[in-house]
Each structure stands twice: as C-alpha cells, then as structure tokens.
Design a protein around this ligand. Structure first.
Ligand code: PRT
Length: 107
C-alpha cells in the first residue's frame, strides 16, 4: 500500500504554487485564477464520470487522481486547508448519509 497521502500532495501543491508558471502546472493554474482552475477540476470530474460509467477501471483510477490533484489546487486558491475538509468528513461520520438527507428534507 502507498504511504503517499493527500496531505503530502497538499504540501507539494503549496510548494509548487510558488514556482514559475513556465515550469509548473500547479503554478500556472494558481496564477490563472479560480475560474480556470475550477473549470479544469470540472473537466477532470467529467472524465472520471465517463470512465466510471463505461466501467473502465484503469482510466477511472487515472482520472480520480486528476480530480483529487485539481481539487487540492482549487482548495489552495480558495485558501481552504485540506484539514477543514477532513474535519467536515469526520463530523459526518456521526450519522448515515440517508439519515442526514431525511433530516434535511423534514426541516
Ligand atoms: N498530480 C499532479 C497532476 N495530475 C495532473 N496534472 C497535470 O494536469 C494537466 C492536465 O491537463 P490536460 O487536461 O491537458 O491533460 P489530460 O487530462 O491528460 O489531457 P486530455 O487527455 O484531457 O487532453 C497535465 O499537465 C497533467 O500533467 C498534474 N500536475 C501535477 N501534479 C502533482 O503536482 C506536482 C508538481 O507539479 P508541477 O506543478 O507541474 O511542477 C507533481 O510532481 C505531481 O505530484
């Protein structure tokens, strides 16, 4: 199993965001701004959806990596630490997704 984590990738994104846009895709996206970075995230998400729907597991693995990386770039631009997203996910472990949806719909 890989010991590489999303936190490791978040650190790389932070570091590379300060590099020259000529040398770094991360820096290029960060410099281009959120509309461009978010659009790229959307494109990668659609590619992942297509791989999932067609049952192309190798491609889904590849596209999922693209999605996670581009999501971290979008979070970096929005100045949202991955830790905040993980805290939200941890908060959600307190109840099932179906119960949460039912509670929202009855309020
Ligand atoms: N994980 C990634 C990563 N995933 C995808 N990409 C880049 O995202 C870009 C996506 O652009 P495209 O849509 O044109 O690529 P594509 O989807 O393969 O192309 P199509 O098939 O859609 O045409 C490509 O340049 C990929 O190389 C990434 N670029 C960087 N990283 C990480 O960030 C680090 C720093 O990278 P730089 O910032 O480029 O130094 C790297 O060492 C990696 O750890």
């Amino acid at each position: 199993m890989s010991g590489f984590s999303l936190s490791d990738l978040e650190r790389i994104v932070e570091e590379r965001s300060k590099a020259s846009p000529e040398e770094s895709w991360t820096a290029k996206l960060v410099n281009a701004g959120q509309p461009k970075a978010a659009k790229k995230l959307g494109e990668e998400a659609i590619e992942a959806v297509m791989a999932a729907v067609t049952g192309d597991c190798d491609n889904l693995t590849y596209e999922a990596a693209d999605v996670l990386y581009h999501l971290l770039v979008v979070l970096k631009i929005a100045e949202i630490p991955l830790e905040n997203v993980m805290a939200e996910l941890e908060r959600r472990t307190a109840q099932s997704g179906l119960k949460e949806k039912a509670n929202r719909q009855s309020s």
